[in-house]
Structures are given as structure tokens and as C-alpha cells.
Design a protein around this ligand. Structure first.
Ligand code: NAD
Length: 424
């Protein structure tokens, strides 16, 4: 019997949610008690204070974290989030999901995640650069191309990854592009990385719609979150022939039954930063967006937006989880009981980002660069394989699709830990 000795460090709604998902999956595959806690809990974390000189001469100390969940199957991998609601528990949950995701799609990585409690919209470009560089400086001994490889997440982007790579490289004394992924192409970023997560979401959505025999020409889509993932998913789904009828960001949501003018929305966001007062659709609330009648609902913002309060009201046929952890455990039970909504679980649905991050890392390590078509072809091949394995697991054990995906991911991590044995 293993004994659970867990501190309250990560205690939070979202960490408990990730733990409950793990427990359910571990029970479903009878994961031996001796391996459960080793597989479940994060391996290690670092919390740092980040003092930044502001434009007005004052100093603000921000708090940042990095949680490495699993280092048994390769370096750990996962994004860095800049958001005011970041907590160490949230970062730990996101790191845990990264482990199952990498394992599910067969990448030689463990999971990790980072975060800084800040509102990037309230920082000037130079304050943002100082924060990004200071965060990486504090992480120099904790990350590295063969230790832990960060990437962008909510509130971070290519530019920030570039500053972090530069900071790390200056510390080690030579160019080290493989320390982070999601960089600008000019300094070792991969073709196709910026659009990878959204493109993967759209590709899998198309595949599942085919299985459901719903033509793309009759598909309507509502998307919550119009950042990197939401906007790229919108563009890719529209290019397949679907109609995007609603989009949103944290300032509000917009509905247009004739189709949101996407190019207009993208240039609006590029100049205004947010969708506030966008006139390409009727203003609605984010809550109303989630309950719109549509073929596909794509949550592409934050965790825990589909809850026991709205799960019974969803009117989509397919829920494509572009965000990490958008559906609470209680909502999941309601969706399972309803049985009329197909779910593409987050660990499968948004895996395109980490898959192309893996390609970027490989290109950096080998100094040999691929073109966009090669990147996308390889991405879709991995997603096809992962989808097939999830469907086979679902059929074989009569699991929900989420349980099928999680059990596959968890099983492989547990097997790797078992094979390596316990040190010393
Ligand atoms: P982003 O910062 O580029 O965009 C986030 C978007 O969500 C913004 O439009 C923001 O305004 C919106 N948002 C925030 N709070 C909201 C709210 N309460 N209601 C409506 N909209 C809200 O971040 P991103 O990189 O697009 O990430 C979005 C999601 O996708 C996150 O869950 C992230 O973990 C996940 N994800 C990202 C990647 C990646 O490669 N960037 C990969 C896998 C998963």
C-alpha cells in the first residue's frame, strides 16, 4: 500500500478537479496502489518573486511558479501563463494534464506548466519584457532543453518566448533555442507553431463531424476566447466551410447568425487588443454564448466554464475542448447522462500545440528546419493516430471519450515509472 502524504500546497478547485479525473481513470484501469501517488502528484515546483521596475519608477514584485509534474518520460513540457487569476494549484493541474496529453499522443515528454500572477494588459511592452526576462532568469537552473521546455499559454506569445530564450542563452553563454518553443521563426520557431493548437482543434472537429455524418456546410460554431487558440480554430474551421456564428473574449461576446466577419474581427483585435464594442455581431454575454444553439461549441479561454449550472442548457452537438480543463467533474457527469453531446476532451483536442512544439524542439536540436506543409502533415498524422487509439479504448472498455483519453495517457506514464523503478 502506498501512503498519501500530500501538503495543501496545490489545494484548489482546479487541482482537486484534475485529481478526481485521475482517481476515476486510475480506478477504471485498476492502476496498482503502489504506483498511483507517484503517477498522480507533481514531482517538484519552484515559486519565485519577480521585482520589476515600472514605467513610473515604482517597483512591483510579481509572483511566479513552475510546476514539473513528471520527469520520467523525458524533459517536461508545458506553457507559461500570465494571468491575474494564476495560482500554484491551477499551474499544478495544468502540469498534470500536460503529462497525460504528451503521453496520449506519444511524445517523449513529461508535463509541466508555469504561471505569473499579473494582468499583461496592464503592463507596458518594456514592463512585460522585464517580467518575462526576470521569470526566465529565476528559472535558469530549473529548465533547459533536456530538463523542462516552456512554451506560450494564456497571456504569453512568441515575443515573450523570444525574450525568454535570449535570457537563457545569455546565461549559458551560447544560443540555446531548444529551451523554449513557440518562438518567432527568425530565432528558431517552427513553421506552423502559431496556428498549431487551433489547427489541431479544427482538424479533429472536422474528423468527428465526419464520424457524426454532419456536413461542414451545415455546421455552425460558437467559440469562447479569441486569443491564439480561439482565433486560429475559427479561421481553420471557416476555411473548411463551417460558419462561425459567435466569438468572445473577456470583454464580451458577439453573435451573428450570418457568420462573424473573421478578418474584420482579427484586425479589430490586432489594433484594439480586445473585442470590446466590435460591431460584427450582436453583443451577448459569455454565458449566453455557451448556451447558443450551434453544431460545435469551442471553449478556448480558461478552465471550469462548463459547470453544473449550464451543462444541462448546452445546445451543441459537439463540444471541442480547445481550452484546458473547461468542463468541471459535475458538468462532465451531466453531459454523460445526457448522452446527446459528443465531447473531444482537452488532452486530445488541443494537443496540436505541444505536438508542433515537439517538432520545433527537434528542429532546434538538429538545426534542420522543415517547411509548413511537412509540419502540418506530421501533425495531422499524430492526431489521427491518437484519435484512433482513443476511439479503440472507448469501444473496448465502454468508457466515455474523456475516460478513454485519460486512461491511455495515465497508463503510459505509470508504465514508464514502473519500468524505471524507484530510486534509490
Ligand atoms: P490567449 O491569451 O491567446 O487567449 C485567451 C483568450 O481567452 C483571450 O481572447 C481572452 O480575452 C479570453 N478570455 C479570458 N477570460 C475569458 C472569459 N472569462 N470569457 C471569455 N473569454 C475569456 O490564450 P491561448 O493561448 O489562446 O489559450 C487559450 C486556452 O487554450 C487555454 O486554456 C490554454 O491553456 C489552452 N491551450 C493553449 C495552447 C497554446 O498553444 N497557446 C495549447 C494548448 C492549450
Amino acid at each position: 500500500m502506498s501512503k498519501v502524504i500530500v501538503s495543501s500546497l496545490y489545494n484548489s478547485d482546479v487541482f482537486r478537479m484534475a485529481c478526481r479525473q485521475f482517481d476515476k481513470a486510475a480506478d477504471a484501469i485498476n492502476l496498482p496502489e503502489t504506483i498511483r501517488d507517484r503517477t498522480k502528484y507533481p514531482r517538484r515546483c519552484l515559486a519565485v518573486a519577480l521585482p520589476i521596475k515600472r514605467e513610473d519608477g515604482s517597483i512591483t514584485v510579481f509572483e511566479g511558479y513552475r510546476v514539473q509534474h513528471n520527469l520520467s518520460t523525458g524533459p517536461s513540457k508545458g506553457g507559461i501563463r500570465f494571468h491575474q487569476s494564476v495560482t500554484i494549484g491551477e499551474v499544478a493541474a495544468l502540469a498534470m494534464w500536460m503529462s497525460w496529453k504528451c503521453s496520449l499522443v506519444g511524445l517523449p515528454y513529461g508535463g509541466a506548466k508555469g504561471g505569473v500572477i499579473c494582468d499583461p494588459n496592464q503592463l507596458s511592452q518594456s514592463e512585460l519584457e522585464h517580467l518575462a526576462r526576470r521569470y526566465m532568469q529565476e528559472m535558469v537552473n530549473f529548465v533547459g532543453p533536456h530538463v523542462d521546455v516552456p512554451a506560450p499559454d494564456v497571456g504569453t506569445n512568441e515575443k515573450i518566448m523570444g525574450w525568454m530564450m535570449d535570457t537563457y542563452s545569455n546565461h549559458v553563454g551560447h544560443l540555446s533555442p531548444a529551451v523554449v518553443t513557440g518562438k518567432p521563426i527568425a530565432i528558431g520557431g517552427s513553421q506552423g507553431r502559431r496556428e498549431a493548437t487551433g489547427a489541431g482543434v479544427a482538424y479533429l472537429t472536422r474528423k468527428y463531424l465526419e464520424d457524426m455524418k454532419i456536413p461542414l456546410s451545415k455546421t455552425t460554431v460558437a467559440i469562447q476566447g479569441f486569443g491564439n487558440v480561439g482565433s486560429e480554430a475559427a479561421l481553420a474551421l471557416a476555411s473548411y466551410g463551417a460558419k462561425i456564428i459567435a466569438i468572445s473574449d473577456y470583454t464580451g461576446a458577439y453573435y451573428n447568425p450570418k457568420g462573424i466577419p473573421l478578418k474584420k474581427a482579427l484586425s479589430y483585435v490586432q489594433y484594439q487588443r480586445v473585442l470590446r464594442d466590435f460591431d460584427g455581431g450582436e453583443p451577448i454575454t459569455n454565458e449566453e454564448l455557451l448556451e447558443l444553439k450551434c453544431t460545435v461549441l469551442v471553449p478556448a479561454a480558461l478552465e471550469r466554464v462548463i459547470t453544473e449550472k449550464n451543462a444541462a442548457q448546452l445546445k451543441c452537438r459537439l463540444l471541442a475542448e480547445a481550452a484546458n480543463g473547461p468542463t468541471t467533474n459535475a458538468a462532465d457527469r451531466i453531459l454523460e447522462e445526457r448522452g446527446d453531446i459528443e465531447v473531444i476532451p482537452d488532452v486530445l483536442c488541443n494537443a496540436g500545440g505541444v505536438i508542433v512544439s515537439y517538432f520545433e524542439w527537434l528542429q532546434n536540436l538538429s538545426n534542420f528546419y522543415w517547411d509548413r506543409s511537412e509540419v502540418l502533415e506530421k501533425l495531422f498524422a499524430i492526431l489521427d493516430k491518437a484519435k484512433d487509439s482513443v476511439e479503440a479504448q472507448k469501444r473496448k472498455f465502454k468508457f466515455s471519450r474523456r475516460l478513454a483519453a485519460l486512461t491511455l495517457g495515465i497508463q503510459r506514464v505509470a508504465e514508464a515509472k514502473q519500468s524505471r523503478g524507484l530510486f534509490p
